[in-house]
Design a protein around this ligand. Structure first.
Ligand code: DO4
Ligand code: MG
Length: 275
């Protein structure tokens, strides 16, 4: 197996491979991460998403927990049971050109026009060429539950906004098949108190990674290097919402820990330069 990261440093943006507690960068530099789980790097290096994905897609309602939570929250209940049972999965675009996706360690966003926001810890498959799965990463499909719950046609607004996605810290390439991944989510507040903790296993997913990729690529020229987040198996209780000042950690033993603080999405919007 191999573990790949990407970093910005004095030689620009470089790929690196993790070996024996170090990161060997393309320039030949060897860097020792401050923490081998989150892959936080010492200055002047900065960890980035393990690749600049041209597109990020998501699958939805691939786990019973996700179906049940949405049936509960939604004004329109049947669609979730129908899509969970149907051969065709729910697939939607989350981001393109990395405009709404932040690096590990950087702040994810929650919408000002929503009062109920959650992290969605998911395994992301990295697409190679011709539908091949090139590797696996950890993704956070940050979502607004009240906006989606009001009407499923609001899904793009519940899913697509500044800082609504993060993935990393690494891409894991197994020697043979993907193992069952165990995802642990922990959210802490600004004083370090745990406000939610839970876990899920990809073995409880109703579909396979390969099946999701196959559906995604039907008549759809998704560029290689794109990432497909494969759905959440973990939904915090209805009393939980993400707040600015919270800190989200998603851990998968083979891949590492994806960490992101939480801010208002409006703080992440930058003024566009004149064309
Ligand atoms: O149907 C809404 C989205 C579901 C989703 O993102 C998930 O199950 O992870
Ligand atoms: Mg999701």
């Amino acid at each position: 197996m191999a573990l790949y990261i990407r970093a910005r440093g004095p030689d620009g943006v470089e790929q690196g491979i993790v070996e024996d507690g170090h990161v060997a960068l393309g320039s030949g530099a060897k860097v020792t991460p401050l923490d081998l789980d989150s892959m936080q790097l010492p200055e002047p290096y900065e960890l980035m998403t393990p690749l600049a994905a041209p597109e990020i897609w998501c699958a939805g309602v691939t786990y019973e927990h996700s179906r049940d939570a949405r049936v509960e929250e939604s004004a329109v209940k049947d669609v979730y049971t129908m899509v969970y049972d149907a051969p065709r999965p729910e697939l939607f675009m989350k981001d393109a050109a990395m405009r709404r996706t932040v690096s590990p360690g950087r702040a994810i966003g929650i919408r000002d026009d929503s009062t109920w926001n959650v992290p969605e810890p998911e395994i992301g498959v990295v697409l190679g060429t011709n539908g091949r799965i090139a590797g696996y990463t950890i993704g956070n499909d940050v979502s607004s539950r009240d906006i989606e719950g009001a009407n499923p046609l609001y899904l793009p607004q519940a899913k697509i906004y500044a800082g609504a996605c993060s993935f990393g810290p690494a891409v894991f390439v197994p020697e043979h098949h993907a193992p069952t991944f165990h995802l642990t989510l922990r959210v802490t507040d600004e004083w370090g108190r745990i406000v939610f903790e839970g876990d899920s296993y990809t073995s409880t997913m109703r579909r396979s990674f390969e099946d999701l990729v196959q559906w995604l690529l039907i008549d759809n020229p998704v560029p290689p290097g794109s990432v497909l987040l494969t759905g959440t198996g973990l939904v915090p209780p209805d009393s939980f919402t993400l707040l600015p000042g919270h800190f989200v950690e998603i851990h998968v033993p083979e891949i590492g820990t994806l960490v992101n603080p939480v801010v208002r999405a409006s703080e992440l919007i930058q003024k566009e330069p004149e064309p």
